[in-house]
Ligand binder design. Structure first.
Ligand SMILES: Cc1cc2nc3c(=O)[nH]c(=O)nc-3n(C[C@H](O)[C@H](O)[C@H](O)COP(=O)(O)OP(=O)(O)OC[C@H]3O[C@@H](n4cnc5c(N)ncnc54)[C@H](O)[C@@H]3O)c2cc1C
Length: 457
């Protein structure tokens, strides 16, 4: 059942933006209900598809006047429920505010509208001979604005950092409709507070990001990929240390625990090694034409590696990455995914402790683990046939208690949204939370932007 529409607001929006921009009822697409967390159920009261920054500014000014809550939606690939609306909400969908505005080949920058799909921006960079280093599995649907709003990570963080590290400037619209153009294009700019950082990672709670200036890197001409089998976590850490020291152009170091690797090899019908190993790492080297084979031979001699396969073709490389992308896990019942960070040295101890606690309380539970181990970030994929709310809360507590014990973060990548809101205090002090509330109050005093996401204001 839909809530009654705020008729005055609807009329004001239609008058300011036009009927074709402001949708209600059955004209609202079903995809507006939930992101990939699959926990959203409600269609919003009003759905706006702005064609310009002026549209967004007018819409926010009116929503602020009528004190109506607003949820901004990018590609809806988020995994924390951050873009999910309530029935009373106005959704602002960014897909039509898309396009590359400029690629500055001298400076190595791209100016892009926030609704641009990541893969479109990557392709435009490549066509100009550059690499846009932001990259994640959802590249075909997620948008640049969503990537900034969640400060997305991904598989290139090891040498290019998270999204935050690849942004020079941005433009955002505040809750009252004010447009803040902070479209800085230079690397060095110490003119007061770095305002863009307020919006990066703010999950649509402080403003709507409309444009960004992104840093581009030279496009690597060569890429080599290997799958490495190891028998202890200590060997994984030693291999990472050696790779960082002596493998030029190290561009990925992705670790898979045994259950994850075996499950995905079976699901994808891939036979990699003759034997089973507790740990498998994908190493990738970009831009260098020599080195990976020599490096792996040295590591085999040193006894750190049990086996290694170097991809002989792009097809084989794609097969290696298919195992790591783990898409088949999505078919498991009641799948819960976690993205936690812990100090590298503690990752395996944490994994062992969580698996033991879960298997003791929930016999037969499936726990697969993989991660961007060089970034201290692992993902846990947990599934069981029957999981009620009490069981899910208990699993959350087991996973997050361990994170707190090892002084890690409950979200390395996906953000807090709704799913992790009740656990934010596991990773943030009361003083930090109070400062966040004060920033929210200063930028959005009526709390119209994505209320209830990240924390209760
Ligand atoms: C297969 C798959 C793989 C993934 N891999 C990774 C990964 O490796 N690393 C990683 O970090 N994440 C990953 N994700 C999660 C997700 O793709 C990222 O969080 C992504 O950045 C979200 O972008 P989006 O455009 O889909 O945002 P949405 O899901 O639409 O929104 C996410 C949040 O951002 C806000 N938002 C969206 N657009 C704007 C805007 N213009 N201005 C202000 N706020 C906005 C929303 O309100 C919401 O709070 C993955 C998801 C899937 C499905």
């Amino acid at each position: 059942m839909n809530r009654p529409i705020n008729v005055k607001l609807l009329k004001a929006l239609q008058q300011a933006l036009g009927d074709h921009v402001v949708l209600t009822g059955e004209r609202i697409p079903a995809k507006a209900r939930s992101d990939k967390s699959r926990i959203g159920h409600h269609s919003p009261m009003i759905y706006i598809r702005p064609r310009s920054v002026e549209h967004i500014s007018s819409a926010l000014r009116l929503c602020n006047t009528y004190c109506s809550s607003v949820v901004v939606q990018g590609g809806m690939t988020g995994l924390a429920g951050g873009a999910n609306p309530e029935r009373k909400d106005v959704v602002i969908a960014m897909d039509l505010l898309a396009g590359i505005e400029e690629i500055d080949t001298a400076a190595g920058t791209m100016t892009v509208l926030a609704g641009t799909v990541l893969e479109v921006a990557q392709k435009a960079a490549e066509d100009s001979g550059f690499l846009l280093p932001i990259d994640l599995g959802a590249r075909g649907s997620c948008q640049i604005g969503g990537n900034l709003a969640t400060n997305a990570g991904g598989v290139r963080v090891i040498n290019h950092g998270v999204t935050r590290d690849n942004v020079l400037g941005l433009q955002a619209v505040l809750a009252d409709g004010t447009v803040i153009s902070s479209l800085n294009r230079v690397q060095k700019n110490n003119t007061g507070y770095d305002l863009k950082q307020l919006f990066i990672g703010s999950e649509g709670t402080l403003g709507i990001i409309t444009r960004a200036v992104l840093k581009l890197q030279p496009l690597p001409v060569h890429r080599a990929t290997a799958l490495c089998a190891l028998s202890s976590y200590e060997d994984v850490v030693a291999l990472l240390r050696h790779a960082r020291k002596s493998l030029m152009g190290l561009s990925a170091f992705e670790l898979m625990w045994e259950t994850f690797f075996r499950f995905n090899c079976e699901a994808e019908n891939i036979k990699a090694f003759e034997a089973d190993y507790p740990f498998t790492v994908i190493i990738e080297q970009s831009g260098e034409t020599i080195g990976l084979e020599e490096f792996l031979s040295a590591m085999l001699e040193e006894g750190l590696l049990d086996d290694a396969l170097i991809a002989q073709s792009e097809k084989e490389r794609d097969r290696f990455w298919k195992i790591r992308e783990g898409l088949s896990l999505g078919k498991l019942p009641n799948l819960i995914e976690y993205d936690v960070s812990l100090p590298i040295g503690a990752l395996n101890l944490y994994a062992e402790e969580v698996i033991k606690a879960l298997e003791t309380e929930f016999p037969g539970i499936h726990v697969s683990i993989f991660g961007h181990v060089a970034d201290s970030n692992i993902h846990l994929c947990i599934s069981a046939r029957q999981l009620n709310v009490i069981a899910k809360n208990r699993i959350n507590t087991i996973v997050y208690d361990g994170v707190r014990k090892h002084q890690g973060s409950i979200s390395a990548e996906h953000g807090i949204g709704l799913l992790k809101r009740d656990y934010l205090a596991y990773s943030r002090s009361p003083e930090e939370l109070e400062l966040m509330r004060r920033i929210k109050q200063a930028l959005d005093p009526q709390c119209i932007l994505n209320p209830g996401k990240i924390f209760l204001a």
